[in-house]
Design a protein around this ligand. Sequence first.
Ligand code: ATP
Ligand code: MG
Length: 230
Amino acid sequence: MERISTGIEGLDEAIGGFPVGRTIVVTGNAGAGKTILCLQYVYACCAAGLKTVYMASEEEPVDLVEQGSSFGWDLQGFIDDGTLSFMDMATLDEIEVEMAMIISYEAKKGNFVGLLEDLPEGTKAVVVDSLGSYTANLTIHEFKDQFGLLIHGLKQRGITTLVIIDSATSKEFNDMALFWAHGAISLQKRDNPYTGKRERAMDLIKMRNTKTPTELLTYDIGENGLVISH
Ligand SMILES: Nc1ncnc2c1ncn2[C@@H]1O[C@H](COP(=O)(O)OP(=O)(O)OP(=O)(O)O)[C@@H](O)[C@H]1O
Ligand SMILES: [Mg+2]
């Protein structure tokens, strides 16, 4: 299976990169590093010349570009040359988002699939940060259908996608997404029983067709973004 870089050296070593055309779910509590992981992936994709889209519903694109700059990633340069685009869902207020969802739900029988139609021609990498914002008003059955259609549509288009599901999303939706996705990564903090210190750890919950380490990968967030420490 063809792979692309995750943007994180130690993670590439551990799993050989993300499988092309597949959808990987990224979960984790607030501040775990989900957005930084996505920005790092996006930067690597752009650097490899892949047309990339970041769907941002939690933070405004200017803030995301600035967060990238703090790690030395020139995302603005990729926006300017047309490699990267942000779809800004953050500046819509809640009522507008709900209205947009109702309208698109009626029109397209599902707003996740509507997301696909908004992607520029030739898109090869997508980040959805986060999907939780699109799940309001959906029953678990509707969510299952729409999520299934979304990952199927992405696969058909050969788009390798990271979907963030944050801890504000209900467990039921979270479990459903983990079940349907090709891969799942959870970012967490834990107490190391040997050192007595808090540390960040990445759990590679699943990655189909991939030899995946069972132990947690510890990581730091430093001046170069996420770095696997062991
Ligand atoms: N320049 C930096 N250098 C080192 N660590 C940083 C830097 N910028 C952010 N961090 C750390 O990364 C954490 C935030 O990561 P990120 O925004 O990716 O979290 P998240 O999982 O997306 O959270 P949320 O669920 O709130 O969106 C911060 O809480 C901070 O600890
Ligand atoms: Mg975030």
